[in-house]
Ligand binder design. Structure first.
Ligand code: ADP
Length: 422
């Protein structure tokens, strides 16, 4: 059996990649799985990240799926469980961070854990239990208007207390600043006072590194992806280049872009400006049938090679709105995701072995259509986006993919990614 040390459960797919990326940078070999695996892992790993889609589903389902993931991780002999959620603590008054934490604590028989979304590298800091996004409090960051998980209270103690039956306490930064011994002492005190979950302050990576050793004996850690930088050391693992080693790359290069985020629009514009081949998929043409998909593949096949090609539906806000007004948001999204996934499959069948996908939902659709269930995590291209390698029945050899959620990456990402893997 694999000697897996850390078992992680992430509440969405690109969040799972973000966590895996931090663990690799801290020296662990990591495999990310889409859902709870039904087969043994393809490759050796120090950590496994099981990605669920449980952030906004009913709390009882999220808890049940998370416990199912936990049971599988336990069969792999993991020594510690990490429940990973968003660094903006995305949740509603019903959950799902509290209910999933409660269910995992019950299943593990543990009476204490921590919770901290702090991730200073991307501007998420926790001070006196209040979450900051950049320079502003959570509820002033735009997250108060989120369509599914509006965050209107920056006090993590209050937010979590509304979702959990455990009492919630705080390890504040004055304690964290004193180091692991002081943190352990504070935790012991909270425990004896009947606290079950402690929010932990962290305003810098140094704070996270002080917190790490105090968590060595915890059966369960709950956090954003920030805390991951400090856990591998507890297992005697230090940053090393072997952690990000992937199988040899092969095949031609392509980019599929279904994200309409600002950063992705800039990346598409930059790619086109370099004079490389790019084809726009018109969502309205997809209503008529599969002709547009076939046309895209016929256009792409003769161009495939070392120089990347791009097929995109990426659009500026105004034209996106027009399409959504005509087709409805959900139908437009489904049509485009399905089409881009079909194009991705056709490109892989035509010999693409290195594929960049832009868009969180788009990435999910592409990975699912390719039948990829396990991804080995490689080196970071830009913060939060690593190259990954996986197996697809549509490819003869290992397929390399980079899954970029909308707002990640510099404007030259679509060409830089291939330079990095070369
Ligand atoms: P991001 O990570 O930027 O949020 P996603 O892939 O998660 O990107 O979401 C983008 C959504 O927009 C997808 O459902 C995609 O199918 C849809 N979409 C992409 N392009 C268009 C378009 N031109 N018109 C309408 N919907 C689109």
């Amino acid at each position: 059996m694999n000697d897996i040390l850390l078992g992680c459960i992430a509440d969405d797919f690109t969040g799972a990649t973000d966590l895996a990326n931090n663990l690799v940078r801290a020296g662990m070999r990591v495999v990310q799985t889409a859902g709870v695996p039904t087969a043994p892992l393809d490759t050796a790993a120090d950590a496994v990240v099981v990605s669920l889609k449980s952030r906004t589903i009913p709390a009882a389902q999220a808890a049940a799926q998370s416990v199912q993931a936990l049971r599988w991780l336990q069969t792999q002999g993991v020594r510690q469980i990490y429940f990973k959620y968003c660094s903006t603590f995305d949740s509603t008054a019903q959950g799902n961070i509290g209910p999933v934490t409660d269910a995992l604590m019950d299943a593990l028989g543990c009476d204490f854990t921590i919770a901290t979304p702090a991730f200073p590298d991307v501007g998420r800091t926790v001070f006196k239990g209040y979450l900051f996004v950049g320079d502003v409090l959570l509820h002033e960051s735009g997250m108060q208007d989120h369509p599914l998980t509006p965050m209107t209270d920056p006090s993590l103690v209050r937010v979590l207390q509304a979702q959990t039956r455990h009492r919630v306490g705080l390890v504040d930064y004055t304690v964290v600043a004193q180091g692991p011994e002081a943190i352990r002492a504070r935790i012991a005190k909270l425990r004896s006072d009947g606290i079950g979950i402690a929010i932990v302050d962290a305003v810098s990576n140094a704070d996270l590194m002080r917190l790490g050793p105090a968590l060595a004996d915890f059966p369960l850690v709950t956090a954003g992806s920030g805390v991951a930088i400090a856990l591998p050391a507890n297992f005697g693992i230090a940053p090393n280049p072997r952690a990000s080693a992937l199988p040899v790359v092969r095949g031609s290069r392509a980019v599929i872009s279904g994200s309409c985020s600002r950063a992705t629009n800039a990346q598409v514009a930059e790619f086109i400006a370099t004079g490389r081949p790019a084809l726009a998929l018109d969502p309205m043409s997809l209503c008529a049938g599969d002709e547009a998909i076939e046309h895209a593949l016929d256009w792409a096949r003769p161009k495939l090679g070392d120089a990347p090609i791009l097929v995109y539906s990426t659009a500026a806000p105004e034209s996106l709105r027009q399409v959504q007004d005509q087709l409805g948001v959900a139908r437009a999204g489904e049509l485009v995701e399905r089409a881009l996934a079909r194009v991705a499959c056709g490109l892989v069948q035509a010999g693409v072995g290195q594929l960049v996908v832009a868009g969180g939902e788009t990435s999910g659709a592409v990975v699912q259509a390719l039948g990829i269930t396990q991804l080995q995590i490689g080196a970071q291209i830009d913060p939060g986006v690593p190259w990954c390698a996986g197996k697809s029945a549509l490819a003869d050899a290992t397929l390399h993919v980079a899954l970029k959620s909308g707002n990640f990456g510099t404007p030259d990402f679509f060409t830089k990614a291939f330079d990095r893997i070369a």
